[in-house]
Design a protein around this ligand. Structure first.
Ligand SMILES: [Zn+2]
Length: 325
């Protein structure tokens, strides 16, 4: 059991095992009943474990990397490189992929636009939290929204400002002080799972939105896949961890249940929570050919189950209305 904050790789002493209790508090419900998942990150000479709250089922990296380490993830190479050590954990470098995905980004913008207009009478003031280099923001402006962005990466924000002419502020979400009730809609696409303090982040968004304003959140949900649950169960019965040798970009692993609980705890009413699955051709498959083929095949099943019964997908898209209080 890792009673200390983190274990060094190769450190002497009893090895923790999946299912062991671990010390700490759940960031969502403050329960101290945490159990180790069967995965961990090998990161800068130590292990950071996946932990799940026995009370609310929230899964998160425990302990978290230091704030300076998290900040170091999002320098220029996050956008321009693609390796095990850096890059936005996709099949290609983020900027290359984004530049070649014009149609895909435009489709996503139309989807977000449609979702927002289902709950709002007209297009208004729109903020994208974690807007990166601003491609989606540009398309939302083209659709008629009054757009602005917030981005932690100086490199990405500069690109958005200088190349796309967008209004983008740099800084962590907690730092900017936007006027209360100054927004009609906020979009967070693949951002929430990267934030070390999601509750305070969502509290800031809640304050900025007008009452009745809409928050749209997209997150990956890998642990919601049956294939992931099966894979981790196999590690668990063998008493072993799946060790990930990439930086722990995702500090939280949300599921439909925990994403809805988090939004509700932060003053939002979830009005839609739609699951989908990444097409097999767009998965970042980095394993043996046999393992890659198995994962791709199971992913087709995930696409079908997500589409037909809104279950077992690895992508979540939530739409939530800001409650008055
Ligand atoms: Zn909890």
């Amino acid at each position: 059991m890792p009673t200390r904050a983190a274990r060094r790789e190769g450190e002497a002493g009893p090895e923790p095992r999946p299912g062991d209790a671990c010390a700490g508090l759940c960031p969502l419900c403050a329960s101290s009943s945490l159990r180790l998942q069967a995965f961990r990150y090998a990161f800068r000479g130590r292990h950071l474990y996946g932990a799940t709250c026995s009370s609310c089922a929230l899964t998160f990296v425990h302990p978290q990397p230091a704030a300076a380490e998290i900040e170091s993830f999002y320098r220029q190479d996050y956008y321009t490189e693609c390796s095990a050590e850096c890059g936005a954990h996709g099949p290609r470098a983020y900027m290359d992929l984004a530049r070649d995905s014009t149609a895909e980004v435009a489709r996503r913008a139309r989807q977000v636009d449609r979702l927002l207009l289902r709950h709002q009478p007209a297009r208004g003031r729109f903020l994208e939290v974690g807007c990166g280099p601003g491609f989606l923001l540009r398309d939302m402006a083209r659709l008629g929204w009054d757009v602005s962005g917030l981005e932690i990466s100086e490199f990405a924000a500069r690109y958005a400002r200088e190349q796309l002419g967008l209004r983008v502020e740099v800084g962590p979400l907690e730092a900017p002080t936007l006027p209360q009730h100054s927004l009609d809609a906020v979009f967070m696409g693949d951002v929430l799972e990267h934030l070390p303090q999601p509750l305070s982040a969502l509290a800031a968004v809640h304050a900025w939105l007008s009452p009745g304003g809409i928050l749209c959140v997209a997150v990956p949900s890998t642990l919601n896949l049956l294939s992931a649950q099966l894979g981790l169960a196999l590690f668990r019965v063998r008493g072993r961890f799946k060790t990930l040798r990439i930086p722990p970009y995702h500090l939280f692993e949300y599921t439909p249940r925990t994403l809805a609980a988090l939004l509700s705890a932060c003053g939002f009413e979830v009005v839609a929570l739609r699951q989908s699955a990444v097409p097999p051709g767009r998965m970042g498959l980095r394993h043996s050919p046999v393992e890659n083929l198995a994962k791709a095949t199971l992913q087709v099943g995930a696409q079908i189950s997500a589409r037909l019964c809104n279950r077992w997908g690895d992508r979540l898209l939530a739409v939530a209305v800001r409650r008055a209080h």
